[in-house]
Write a protein that binds this ligand. Sequence first.
Ligand code: AMP
Ligand code: MG
Length: 328
Amino acid sequence: MKKICALVLLIALLLCGCAERAPVEREIFAMDTLMTLRVWGDEEDASAAVAEINRLDALLSVTEESSAVSMLNRDGAATLDEDTLLLLQTAVEISRRTDGAFDPTVYPLVEAWGFTTDERHVPSQDDMEAALALVGVGQLRFDGNTVALSNHGTLDFGGIAKGYTAQKVAELLQSRGVVTAFLSLGGNVQTLGSKPDGAPWLVGIADPENPSQAIGCFRFYDSLALVTSGGYQRYFEDGGVRYHHILDPNTGYPADSGLASVTVLARDGATADGLSTALFVMGMEKATALWRESEDFEAVFITEDGGIFATDGAASLLTECAFTVIER
Ligand code: AMP
Ligand code: MG
């Protein structure tokens, strides 16, 4: 009997030890943003996560000359590695789902606005028309893992790479036996599993008017990707007008859909990231119509006049703010 008691006590102590174990924390700057990782594992697990982020940063960057995407942008064709191909296929699928509101071939427009440099500016009409003519996923041709892009079009993964990376890091940690992690890659949050102490994950939504403050807070317990796209995240001003970085591939101008931000919740990180950009371009009406015919995401919309609207699945996780529920 004593032996059994001792064993039970030992197991209980071990369980308590696990529950109280603090996560290993890392903070890195990659993909042009500050990232924080909390990994309930050992130092090697956290280092592997950082290495994976750095690997994907180099691989998916349009400014890294040796990346497959740079080669494709330069030469019009390239044989893609597994990650670049998968990400491009996901981007094209999201583009089709959103009627082109998300478009990975948007890079000529991003460049025309100078968002890739320190000299952001409103493009001339000629530059705008030249850039618009190069945009459209119809210009992509897939042949196995070789991809060609006609007319000197160019790709930009800026609207989806962080979500894809968060997903890949979560999968890597899982394959190493880590069951709990909290990854924040700029505006992209990805949780893995539940917190060992039984407390909920708490993830704030930034107030677009005052982004260092949260306007509301999600409370949940499991694995989820939460990604926010907002005009307030990157912009410049000219002549008293604010021009932000999420471009409408139809007009060439910053999307003007009446939204200040969109937060998408999904199981898959790349889907959450691509859709957050797309829904911001689409505006609430079209975005809600897409949500009604989809099963794989929920969303919270903040309108330019400060209204908060949450699809019913997102509403059940949203606290600390007043909002209108969008019913299915
Ligand atoms: P996000 O912050 O995820 O909404 O992504 C915004 C970034 O995606 C921009 O800085 C551009 O690099 C790129 N981008 C801008 N407009 C679009 C668009 N309509 N579709 C895809 N990517 C875009
Ligand atoms: Mg995005």
